[in-house]
Design a protein around this ligand. Structure first.
Ligand SMILES: C[S@@+](CC[C@H](N)C(=O)[O-])C[C@H]1O[C@@H](n2cnc3c(N)ncnc32)[C@H](O)[C@@H]1O
Length: 310
């Protein structure tokens, strides 16, 4: 199963490793940590990070004490992730995972669904995640919202460029982004309507998933980068997003949206003072030096956590 050549060429540019480490995309990183740390089983657990790229999440998961394997079709990513302490990496495709049934406590799929425009392929990838997760384990997958590209275009005023507008309008109509060589907009990708997700998950044997908005509409904030640099403001943003993360009416607007396992598996309560803690940024992740966000701000990500065989 081959990765589409444009997608391979896009990731071989090597920008994925820095994408979440600086700029506005730190919000995606911290919110990913926040949601995952509440949903993961206690360390050490066996985590398979499908489409884990250079290991940006694998790195902190391993530091938290989990055993992490990254599988990714991009050779550069496999090389980068495989150098990280406590992380193993191998090439492979989400639709055909080379692991036995039930071999992982947690399967993450935070990226492959963006690049599988055919519904049958997405369902197959999710079914593979379900198969290799143990009964009672956790599957988390991310999608990008169909509506975020429009909002990003309006925010950046790129929507007024004719070619960009045509591409974004096609995404609204079909979900499929097919950038031409002339337009610098991410790469071939599929953007979900949040309402498509439950049926795709259910068809893959992952019923009753809960959708979580990962970044709410905070990604549209003016000066987000500067606010994230301020620890108090960052904590307030993360707290606010946690409080609204499951509001269904916000799912289409959030830049990054997540799903969750059933509520009893989520530790902490955003409605209780001190009921949860905002995770600290990873060491060395200081002030933003660059904004890698604009190329990927196609929109909302939706991630769903599913606990199997509760
Ligand atoms: C936007 S990156 C996300 C990386 C990381 N998981 C994160 O959350 O930041 C998407 C990743 O999915 C990978 N990918 C694309 N198609 C895939 C497929 N069919 N199977 C597995 N991984 C795939 C890409 O190589 C890339 O590393």
């Amino acid at each position: 199963m081959a990765l589409e050549l444009h997608v391979l060429a896009y990731y071989e540019q090597g920008e994925e490793d820095g994408r979440l480490r600086a700029g506005v995309n730190r919000l995606e990183f911290w919110r990913t940590q926040d949601v995952l740390r509440r949903a993961l089983p206690p360390a050490p657990s066996r985590v398979l990070d499908v489409g884990g790229a250079s290991g940006v999440h694998a790195e902190w998961l391993a530091a938290d004490g989990h055993e992490v394997e990254v599988i990714d079709p991009v050779p550069l990513h496999v090389k980068q992730a495989g150098r990280l302490p406590g992380v193993t990496a191998r090439p492979g495709d989400a639709r055909d995972l080379p692991y036995g049934d039930g071999s992982y406590d947690v399967v993450l799929m935070l990226g492959p669904l963006y690049h599988l425009p055919e519904r049958a392929d997405r369902v197959q990838a999710l079914a593979e995640a379900r198969r290799v997760a143990r009964p009672g384990g956790l599957v988390a997958a991310a999608t990008i919202s169909r509506y975020a590209g429009l909002h990003d275009g309006l925010r950046t005023a790129r929507y007024f460029e004719r070619e960009v507008r045509a591409l974004k309008d096609e995404v609204l109509a079909t979900g499929h982004l097919r950038p031409t060589g002339d337009v610098d907009l991410f790469t071939d990708a599929y953007f979900h309507d949040p309402d498509e997700i439950p049926a795709e998950f259910a068809e893959a044997g992952l019923a009753d998933a809960v959708r979580y908005g990962l970044e709410g509409t905070a990604w549209l904030m003016v000066d987000m980068d500067a606010h994230l640099d301020d620890p108090e403001r960052r904590a307030l943003v993360l707290e606010a997003l946690r409080a609204v993360e499951t509001a269904p009416t916000l799912l289409g607007g959030s830049e990054a949206t997540w799903g969750s396992s059933p509520p009893d598996s989520v530790r902490g309560d955003p409605h209780q003072p001190g009921g949860w803690e905002v995770p600290p940024p990873a060491e060395g992740w200081g002030r933003a030096s660059a904004d890698h966000g604009t190329r990927l701000t196609g929109g909302t990500r939706l991630t769903r956590f599913v606990r199997l065989g509760v």
